[in-house]
Ligand binder design. Sequence first.
Ligand SMILES: NC(=O)c1ccc[n+]([C@@H]2O[C@H](COP(=O)([O-])OP(=O)(O)OC[C@H]3O[C@@H](n4cnc5c(N)ncnc54)[C@H](OP(=O)(O)O)[C@@H]3O)[C@@H](O)[C@H]2O)c1
Length: 285
Amino acid sequence: MAPLVWLVTGCSSGFGNQFVHSILARGDRVVATARDLSKIQHLNQLGVPTFQLDITDSQAFINATISKVLAEYGRIDVLINNAAYIAIGTWEDLSYEDWLAQFDTNVFGTIKVTKALLPHFRERKKGTMVFISSLSGWIGHAGCSAYAGSKFALEGIVEGLHAETAHLGLKTLLIEPGRFRTNLLSSSSMKSRPSDIPEYAERSRAQMEGLAGEDQNQPGDPVKLVEIVLDLVRGEGVAQGMEVPFRLPLGVDCYTDVKEKCEATLATLETWKNVTRSTDIETQK
Ligand SMILES: NC(=O)c1ccc[n+]([C@@H]2O[C@H](COP(=O)([O-])OP(=O)(O)OC[C@H]3O[C@@H](n4cnc5c(N)ncnc54)[C@H](OP(=O)(O)O)[C@@H]3O)[C@@H](O)[C@H]2O)c1
């Protein structure tokens, strides 16, 4: 198989950083991007080209960056939409600006980077777009609504993208990690608003303590997740001889929780079937 050229967002830590190393180890080429170039410049020593890319920049700026990458490296075969952060706080404690910022990065930033590359993929009739979603794209937890909302949004918009570009030969892949040991929950990355509203304060304090305790103790191994994504994209390893699904939950917690939600949804559909199916306009006989 000819080496693929990958472009990854958010390479300064966590999955993004791991993608760079695993892609190189498979003999592929990778263009690493980060909003703070100084955090990834050391990758140049490995022969990895690095570009400054804040996914909240304007569409024009992101288009120009992608054009520069394409001019220098000829093509991109795989886009990994990885960059995101998690905002923690109740509906009442998060300001409107907090909500906007969460969606600006996790949803609109991802849209902008993907839109910048779509014409290239469409013209080549080739390209794989990977989106790192989350267990939070299935389940909204208390104090996590903004993040869950952004990941639910991603699920819907990517499903639509898949439906409108599959006939062009483009591939789309939604990866849904459970809890993995990255810097997502670190104080430098997570943006949290502890509540001092009496009705929420106790639960909020417990949640903040819980998340601090979970940081760097998550069960998921980022190396294993990234290797599976590489297998899926390259059609090897765990994907050998398999039809690659459009979305794939990864992690024991994700398997358990997603299955439970699917079963509960099926049970509701069955229990309420007659009501659910009762709403069409009666046709006159
Ligand atoms: N770890 C988990 O348990 C888990 C679970 C489900 C989903 N995910 C998803 O996995 C992806 C990667 O997160 P991670 O777990 O690897 O966390 P991480 O270690 O905190 O990495 C997040 C990366 O995103 C970058 N980033 C944030 N905002 C950005 C922006 N505006 N422009 C460009 N880069 C930006 C960060 O850059 P800076 O260094 O500059 O902040 C960092 O490189 C995210 O989409 C996250 O939602 C993670």
